[in-house]
Design a binder for this molecule. Structure first.
Ligand SMILES: Cc1cc2nc3c(=O)[nH]c(=O)nc-3n(C[C@H](O)[C@H](O)[C@H](O)COP(=O)(O)OP(=O)(O)OC[C@H]3O[C@@H](n4cnc5c(N)ncnc54)[C@H](O)[C@@H]3O)c2cc1C
Length: 371
């Protein structure tokens, strides 16, 4: 097969995860080619809520890694050189509309309290209304986490792509990875594009989002990522009455409400449905009544890449030297961590972040098989 390019690292996938990894690798002196089967910035990363944080992410080590990543955002934004609508000064509310939800969040909080990192607390309604005037007078309370926040995902992607280009990452669009060239010891020697040509490289990073399972299969590795469709609505703008991001609902600085979300197991189908729209609107109105008066101007969907154990895949694949995986849910939150860990592993051969639990081969060990 014809070799068309040579490089030190091929990053597969131009979402928030792949772009963050490519950016940090290039910043640290690596020659990088990023390939995307469509165009960078067209996957799940532009079809999501953009919340950044660790609230109710279990086990606690996952919450801790998420918060650590959230803390890395300001530095990353500085390096990227353009703002991304980062809001980390207001915290994050998870509203309780019923006593049951209040009890549930209180007991999740108890579990989080076992970690020294966690600073969340329960809030009484009056305190919630003070920081979030648009919220319903019917709420029972809320969980508040001062360490969580959000960003504008379209800006984040656009800024990341530009920053990658600035630090010399070569980006190839319409370049689907269809196979790998492996050496005798199973070591990565190159990446096959569109069944047509080879990019010769000793390192490949699978950052293909929900499609990472397929890209892992190409080197005989089974990871347990499956698609979980979410849908989102955007309303017409309103005066700012909810400046604090909330779970499944936020008002962005232009005044539009972003309303989420659902979890649907429908394979790779990215249709939007009136049923989901009705359900999401009804829930949003219960939290913020003014939404009943606002027209919905956009509905779209995205595919989460979920794992059965709920935590992402992150690290080197030991039995395929030169092959790395960074994929799974909460990629917006974890983009800085993904970027640091994979660039550490490729540049230094090790990382000081605790990633053992995220080993991509854990699914095979659990199943007692290799495929
Ligand atoms: C409704 C919804 C709400 C969400 N809310 C949040 C949130 O608030 N906070 C949060 O942290 N996360 C959230 N997420 C999850 C988050 O959006 C994802 O975890 C993140 O965007 C994944 O980024 P990624 O770069 O891994 O994948 P993507 O952005 O999907 O990028 C993967 C890229 O890989 C490319 N690709 C795939 N296969 C190949 C191949 N064979 N060859 C070449 N290229 C390939 C694709 O074209 C795509 O561009 C949400 C998701 C959804 C659906």
């Amino acid at each position: 097969m014809q070799t068309r390019h040579e490089t030190e690292v091929v990053v597969i996938g131009g979402g928030v995860v792949g772009c963050s990894i490519a950016f940090w690798l290039a910043k640290r002196g690596k020659d990088v080619i990023l390939v995307d089967m469509n165009a960078p910035g067209t996957g799940t990363s532009v079809a999501c809520s953009g919340l950044i944080g660790g609230t109710f992410k279990f086990p606690n080590f996952y919450m801790e890694l998420s918060i650590r990543s959230a803390y890395m955002y300001p530095k990353m934004v500085e390096e990227l050189g353009e703002e991304i609508g980062l809001r980390q000064d207001r915290g994050f509310l998870s509203l309780c509309l019923t006593e049951e939800t209040y009890k549930e969040y209180s007991s999740l909080r108890e579990e989080h309290l076992k970690s020294p990192v966690y600073r969340g607390r329960m809030m009484a309604p009056r305190e919630v209304w003070e920081i979030q005037p648009g919220v319903s007078r019917e709420i029972v309370g809320a969980h508040y986490n001062p360490d969580d926040g959000d960003c504008e995902v379209l800006r984040l992607m656009y800024v990341l792509i530009r920053a990658c280009q600035r630090v010399g990452v070569r980006m190839l669009r319409d370049a689907a990875v269809t196979g790998f060239a492996l050496g005798g010891d199973n070591r990565v020697e190159g990446v096959v594009i569109n069944h047509d040509y080879l990019i010769r490289a000793p390192n490949a990073v699978n950052a293909a989002g929900v499609w990472a399972t397929e890209v892992a299969k190409m080197v005989g590795v089974t990871i347990d990522l499956y698609p979980d469709r979410g849908q989102l609505l955007i309303t017409e703008p309103a005066p700012m009455i909810c400046p604090t991001p909330m779970n499944s609902l936020k008002q962005v600085r232009t005044g539009h409400f972003h309303i989420g979300t659902v979890h649907e197991l429908v394979g790779f189908d990215v249709s939007v449905t009136p049923t989901a729209s009705a359900r999401m609107t009804k829930n949003a109105i219960k939290s913020v009544p003014i939404i009943a008066d606002l027209a919905v101007i956009r509905q779209f969907s995205g595919l989460r890449g979920m794992t059965r154990d709920g935590i992402p895949c992150l690290g080197a694949v030991s039995r395929v030297p030169g092959y790395y995986i960074a994929a799974g849910h909460s990629g917006i939150t974890l983009a800085p961590v993904h970027g640091k860990v994979i660039s550490d592993l490729i540049v230094d051969g090790r990382t000081d972040l605790p990633i053992d639990e995220y080993d991509p081969l854990r699914f095979e060990r659990k199943n007692g098989s290799q495929s």
